[in-house]
Ligand binder design. Sequence first.
Ligand SMILES: C[S@@+](CC[C@H](N)C(=O)[O-])C[C@H]1O[C@@H](n2cnc3c(N)ncnc32)[C@H](O)[C@@H]1O
Length: 227
Amino acid sequence: MSMHARWLDERRREHYHKLAKEEGYRSRASFKIMQIDDHFNIFKRGNSIVDLGASPGGWLQVARERVGASGKVIGVDLKPIKPINGVTTIIGDITNNDTVFDLLDKLKGKADIVLSDMAPNITGCYSIDHARSIHLCMSAIDICNRILKINGQFVTKVFMGNMLNILMNRLKTHFQSVKIYSPDASRPTSSEIYVISKGFLPSTTSNIQCIKKSKDNNEFYKRGDLP
Ligand SMILES: C[S@@+](CC[C@H](N)C(=O)[O-])C[C@H]1O[C@@H](n2cnc3c(N)ncnc32)[C@H](O)[C@@H]1O
C-alpha cells in the first residue's frame, strides 16, 4: 500500500470513528449498514432481523432504529453485547447447533432479514483468513435456510479472494438477486466487501453443484469489478 493510500485510509477510519462517537453508535460499522440500507432499501418498519456476528452492536443499533418498535431484532456473537433497548442478544458460535436452537427459540417464527458482519480471527495468512470468511458466510446461508422467510434478504460481509465465486454461485441458487457492494465507510484498501442478496428461495441444491458451477464459470471478483 502506498503512503498516500495509507494516509487516506487512516483519515476515513478517523472520520467514521469520530462520527460514530458523536452520534452515539458503538462502532463505525454502523455507517456501513446505513449506507448499504440507503443504497439497497433493506429495512422496513416491523421487520424481524437476525444479526450474526453482532458485537459490539453498531449494526443492531441501526437495525433497531430502522425497523421501529414493531420490529424484532436479535443479535448473535461469540462475545457478549452490552444491552440495547428492544434488542435480544445470544452469546454463541453460529456454527454450533445449540446456538441455532437458541436462535429459533427466541425468534419464534421466521426472519425477514439475516445480516452477517462476521469476521474470523485474523491469522495474517490471507488465504486462511479468506477461507475462514467464506466458511462463515456458508454457515450463515445454512442459517438462512432454517430461519429466513421466502423472499427474505441476506446481507453478508466477505473477504475477497479466489473462493468468492463459490459463495456467489451458492447465493445465486438461493436468491433472485445477488449484488456486491462496497460502502463508503469501508476502507478503500480493505479486502472486505458486502454481498446483498434479495428474494430468498429455499433450495435443495448442494454445495457440490455450486463448486462445479464456479469451476465452469471461472469467475473471480476483484475490487475493480464493483458496481
Ligand atoms: C466486525 S465484528 C462485527 C461488528 C458489528 N457488525 C457492529 O456493528 O458492531 C465481527 C464479529 O463477528 C464475530 N464472530 C466471528 N465468528 C463468529 C461465529 N462463529 N459465531 C458468532 N460470531 C462470530 C466476532 O466475535 C466479532 O464480534
